[in-house]
Ligand binder design. Sequence first.
Ligand SMILES: O=C[C@H](O)[C@H](O)[C@H](O)COP(=O)(O)O
Length: 235
Amino acid sequence: MTATDPVKLMKQEVGKAAALLVKSGSIVGLGTGSTTAYTIQYLGDRLKSGELKDIVGIPTSFQSEVLAKEYGVPLTTLDAVDHIDIAIDGADEVDPQKNLIKGGGAAHTREKVVDYLASQFVVVVDSGKLVDRLGSVFAVPVEVIPMAITPVTNAIKQLGGKPELRMGVKKAGPVITDQGNFVLDVRFDSIDDPVNLEKILNNIPGVLENGIFVNCADVVLVGEVVDGQPVVRQL
Ligand SMILES: O=C[C@H](O)[C@H](O)[C@H](O)COP(=O)(O)O
């Protein structure tokens, strides 16, 4: 099935390009989101055709776990492996230094564990995700344990951030993460030092993890549409 919407087309092409980087015998971190959904689908296709053999996936969310089962990608856990060969994951923003904001799907905590462990971390995005400076478009997702939501909200305001509790869609009340926590989407006027901001946010008691990923991505594949045709380039 080929997408017709240009953004979907870019996601599909870049998701497929990343799936082609996976070699037989690999332990693969399976990212979360609409772009890596295509990667997981193509990994399943490659396994079915016999072109790819003996891979196991480590899911970064319930979403990637469900998709892997649907497309026939065998799964394992971090308790059963001593390394990850390659992780493929999406992003909400990518800056020129390959720093990322992730967590549009509230999966950034598990993603950070898996993506940082991988020997090679491949990011897959459509061209609309490229920014000069992190925080230009997307707020920073911060996962917070529910009992600490008020003090964490206040602490983030003290830092100059504008936090907003993420609300569910087709679910009354706040989004609950795969770990049972809340998410604050935090806007900052300008993120000048993402390395420092990542640490500062994680130092607030009650914060589990935030969506700033620095010094982590090895390869960023960007899907674009040129003259009506999807192309993939490396950042
Ligand atoms: O929590 C979700 C993730 O960080 C996603 O990888 C990110 O939001 C990008 O998702 P998509 O590929 O749907 O744009």
